[in-house]
Every structure is written in C-alpha cells, then in structure tokens.
Design a protein around this ligand. Structure first.
Ligand code: PLP
Length: 345
C-alpha cells in the first residue's frame, strides 16, 4: 500500500524539518526501563542539574528509512545500529537501551510518520535515536536516570548539485580522538572535539578535515565524520576499527560491496606519507568518505600547510559505482543480497 507522501519543501536543509511524532522511554535504577511512548514531537523538560548538561553523557545513532520502488518502506540495517548504540552506552557508562526496545522504538516512529518517508531519488527519512543522562545531580559519577528518544527528519538528495568531490584539509595539529579515547563510540563529545578544526578548515576553503593520529599525526583515521577509503592502483585501503575510528555501518556495507566487485580491500593503517608517495608515482586513484548521511563522499583535493594534491574534479569510478549500488539496494531496485533491509510489516 502506497502512503500519500508529505511534500518536501524546496529549500529543505538537512536536519531542520522534523516529523509529527517522537518515541521515548525512561530509565531509573528503581524501575528499570519504562514502556516506550509515541507522542507528538515536542520540547523536553529537563532539570537544570541534569548530568547531560554538565558532564556530557550523550550518545546517538543516525540511520535511514527509504521508500522502496514497490511502494513499501524499509529501514537500512537497524540491528547493526542498535548494537553500536549499546556499545556507545557501555563506553560512556550509560544505561544500555535493550536492543529490542531500540528496534521497536525506531519502527514505531517510522510507522507513525511513514507519510514523511520521501520517495524521490536520493531522498530518505533520517532517524536519530538519542540517549541522555537526566539525573539531577552534580557529583561526578555515571547518572542513574536516562531518557532515550527517537526523532526523525525527511532529507532531500545529499548531492542536489551533483555527485562532486570536495576539498579536504589534512589536519596535523588538532585532534578528534586519541588512542584509548572515545573515538569508537558515537558520542556528542567527539563532535564538539571536531568543530574547531573543521571551522578553521572551512575558513581556508575546505569542506572538512582528514583526521590523523593524535601522537604523530602520520596515520589516517577518518575524514570529517566519516570513515575513509583510499584506492591505490591495486589495493583499496581503510584504517582498521580501533579506539580512534568508529565502526561505520556504511563502512561495513562498502567493504562487502568492494569484495563483491572483486577488488582487493585491506583494513590496515596507512600514513599520509604513503598517500603522498603513491600520488607521486601516479598510483593514488581515489579517496572517499563513507557515512549514513552522504553515503559516499568523494575527495577531490587534499590540502597541507605546504602543498596540495589534486585528485580530480569528477568523482572516481569506484566512488560512483559504490554510491549507485548502495542506493539501488536501499531503494529496492537491486536485490538485497546481504539482508540489509528491514521492511515495515
Ligand atoms: C556516524 C559516524 C561515522 C559513519 O558511520 P555510519 O554508520 O556509516 O553512518 C563515521 N565516523 C564517525 C565519527 C561517526 O560519528
């Protein structure tokens, strides 16, 4: 059954228009998790002493629902997001949201607001599950009360002006995540840690930064808020998952697809120098980021203090192929060979 769709405003910006509902559940030590509740989208009431406001216990997820070509609605790999949400909670000493509660809440929201799942090419419903510490207590220890909520916003095509590569600043001064830090958890704190460097890069004309390791600034970690892939002549490389890289769901999907394409893909550490040298030999073919928001984000230029490397004004062949393939699976125009889609029953 096709749901009549809400039209998207022409000037829609990512993350500005929210659907009619939200889903929430509360935890406290005495009662455990409450039943989830679907309610109209609206403001939260928080005690000014709520620990999230002071010590930053806040984690989130970002995932998408799609209108498939047969008129149904499918969510992309929600179980994987539920598991990562639980891992992020553990790393930040927050109460884990039971996987079933997470999945039920996401499903309930998409069901309630299915009319907001857009169906034009490149569009989707972006879903934001969030967990915050709400206990009013100024002592420093893990909070004993939490609020879990899910909100969603329809998003227009990410590449409204075409699938074009962006310029990236190679960051060798500021740090997003250090060994042993929070880099492997999807926490708000990682984002605030990244803002200053990203703003400096923007002033210099770069869209985002390439994060290097916190000790020597030699090894490549991630690009912007995405995982990074580097294609050399006969090897595709992505840094391994560790305490300075997030286990991206798109990264995992892309690893699977690259193997399916018959290319050699390696999860290993790679230095900025190796990339520069490969470029010098004419063997650096493409660099791209992967994440739920943009899916694939090709890099066209790398900027350093003393030089720039040009990778081309058009997206690379592999970036384009991965972008098309993932979108086709998400929209149901190609077979879901890896069981990634969860259809609303
Ligand atoms: C969310 C995120 C990613 C991408 O993960 P996906 O599951 O592919 O969306 C990569 N790096 C960071 C730091 C992130 O927060």
């Amino acid at each position: 059954m096709k749901t009549p769709k809400k039209p998207l405003p022409a000037d829609l910006k990512f993350g500005t228009l929210f659907t009619d509902h939200m889903v929430s559940a509360r935890f406290d030590v005495e009662h455990g998790w409450s039943a989830m509740e679907v309610s109209p989208y609206g403001k939260l009431a928080l005690d000014p002493a709520a620990s999230v406001l002071h010590y930053g216990q806040a984690i989130f997820e970002g995932m998408k629902a799609f209108s498939t070509q047969d008129g149904r609605t499918a969510i992309f790999r929600p179980e994987r997001h539920a598991k990562r949400f639980a891992a992020s909670a553990e790393r930040t000493c927050m109460e884990q949201v039971p996987e079933q509660l997470f999945l039920d809440a996401v499903l309930a929201l998409v069901r309630a607001d299915e009319a907001y799942v857009p169906d034009a090419a490149g569009t989707s419903l972006y879903i934001r599950p969030t967990l915050i510490a709400t206990e009013p207590f100024l002592g420093v220890r893990p909070a004993q009360q939490y609020l879990f909520f899910v909100i969603a916003c329809p998003v227009g095509p990410y590449y409204a002006e075409g699938f074009k590569p962006v310029s990236i600043w190679v960051e060798q001064e500021y740090v997003r995540a250090a060994q042993g830090g929070l880099g492997s958890a999807k926490v708000g704190a990682n984002y605030v840690a990244s803002l200053y460097a990203a703003e400096q890069a923007k002033k210099a004309g770069y869209a985002q930064v390439l994060w290097t390791d916190a000790v020597e600034h030699r090894y490549i970690d991630e690009v912007g808020t995405m995982n990074v892939f580097i294609r050399l002549k006969d090897e595709v490389i992505t840094p391994p998952i560790g305490s300075t890289t997030l286990a991206g769901v798109t990264r995992d999907s892309v690893l699977t697809l690259i193997k399916e394409f018959g290319l050699r893909v390696t999860e290993r550490r790679i230095t900025v120098d190796e990339v520069v040298e490969a470029h010098g030999r004419g063997q650096l073919l493409e660099i791209f980021g992967t994440g739920t928001g943009a899916v694939i984000s090709p890099v066209g230029k790398l900027g350093f203090k003393d030089k720039t490397i040009e990778l081309g004004k058009e997206a690379g062949e592999l970036s384009l192929r991965l972008f098309d393939e993932l979108q086709a699976i998400q929209r149901g125009t190609k077979a879901d060979r890896h069981d990634w889609l969860r259809y609303l029953g």
